[in-house]
Design a protein around this ligand. Structure first.
Ligand SMILES: Nc1ncnc2c1ncn2[C@@H]1O[C@H](COP(=O)(O)OP(=O)(O)OP(=O)(O)O)[C@@H](O)[C@H]1O
Ligand SMILES: [Mg+2]
Length: 298
């Protein structure tokens, strides 16, 4: 079964979609098979890889009862597999979202378990599933947290971005009564400007509440033009600015992310046997390398 990580903070614009995109691409390039699910009606993660109309059906069709059902006809949810699309990065797939996902808040209370059921039933081929959450504390966030093993909390290096974090932590605590697996993986300080006094204060402020938001990642992600440009280029930083400082920081953050998940830093893919059997042996490299990985090529 994959490890499922919800990237969440109800504060908007702190880098949830950015960190989901960059971490998932880094992990895929290191040999992991990764699925990202856009759980935000804004669809920013979707738009950072593909044109939204290119990935229809999307999460809307997997979580929200079709209109016909409400009128009495048998409307069915699609299986998640029907909404999985390849991104330009090998081994990285996407389930997209669009504004209609906001209707999820009007579904019956039991719908909050649908994402968990979809992930449990349809993602066994993946090593990692990353959920890009919306900036809210509503039913979509609950659905993501019910499905997740870990919550990762990006925080912008501004004092104001920490407002409301206690509410998020309270929500995580509530969900834990039902999803006992859910742990906080930690928080990442984003949009860091080392020369700004306020940024250093913001890191210190997060450190003060690290008993709530989990240990802070050692490396802060600075405010880089390359990171901002990646969305428009529809490519991860490492693909167009591989030797930049931004790529270096993202790589170090990926190291820490995988280490906290107790996974090897990379997986070497070795194709073996006849191409007909299509067998792929994926060998762990680096820390935790004793962990066996074996997949069948699809
Ligand atoms: N480290 C960074 N350097 C430069 N720009 C960044 C960085 N991180 C995020 N951004 C930019 O900040 C903006 C907000 O980032 P992003 O969309 O990832 O935040 P978010 O938390 O997902 O927002 P929302 O809550 O609206 O979903 C985007 O324009 C993004 O390109
Ligand atoms: Mg976002």
């Amino acid at each position: 079964m994959p490890k499922v990580i919800a990237i969440t903070n109800q504060k908007g614009g702190v880098g949830k979609s950015t960190i989901t995109r960059e971490l998932s691409a880094m992990c895929a390039l290191r040999g992991y098979k990764v699925l990202t699910i856009d759980c935000d009606p804004q669809g920013s993660l979707t738009a950072s890889w593909l044109d939204p109309e290119q990935c229809e059906p999307n999460l809307v069709h997997c979580l929200i009862t079709p209109e016909t059902a409400r009128k009495g006809a048998p409307g069915k949810l699609l299986p998640l597999t029907a909404a999985i699309f390849e991104t330009p990065i090998e081994r990285l797939d996407l389930v997209g979202a669009d504004v209609r996902l906001a209707r999820f808040e009007r579904e019956p209370a039991s719908a909050v378990h649908r994402l968990r059921q979809q992930i449990a039933g349809h993602t066994t081929d993946y090593d990692l599933v990353l959920l890009d959450c919306a900036p809210s504390l509503g039913d979509l966030l609950h659905a993501a947290l019910f499905a997740a093993d870990y919550a990762l909390i990006p925080c912008a290096a501004l004092h104001m971005s920490l407002e409301g974090l206690t509410e998020l932590v309270y929500t995580i605590g509530e969900v834990r009564h039902v999803n006992k697996n859910l742990q906080i993986l930690g928080s990442i300080i984003n949009l860091y400007k080392p020369r700004r006094l306020g940024a250093q204060e913001a890191r210190r402020a997060v450190e003060e509440i690290s008993h709530l938001v989990g240990p802070i990642f050692n490396v802060n992600l600075h405010d880089f033009a390359e990171v901002a440009d990646a969305h428009t280029r529809k490519r991860p930083v490492v693909a167009f600015a591989g030797s930049s400082k931004a790529a270096e920081q993202l790589s170090l953050i990926t190291d820490e992310f995988l280490t906290r998940l107790e996974l090897p830093l990379s997986i070497e893919i070795i194709e073996q046997g006849s191409s007909e059997s299509g067998e792929v042996i994926a060998q762990a490299v680096g820390k935790g390398a004793e962990q066996p990985f074996q997949r069948t090529k699809t």
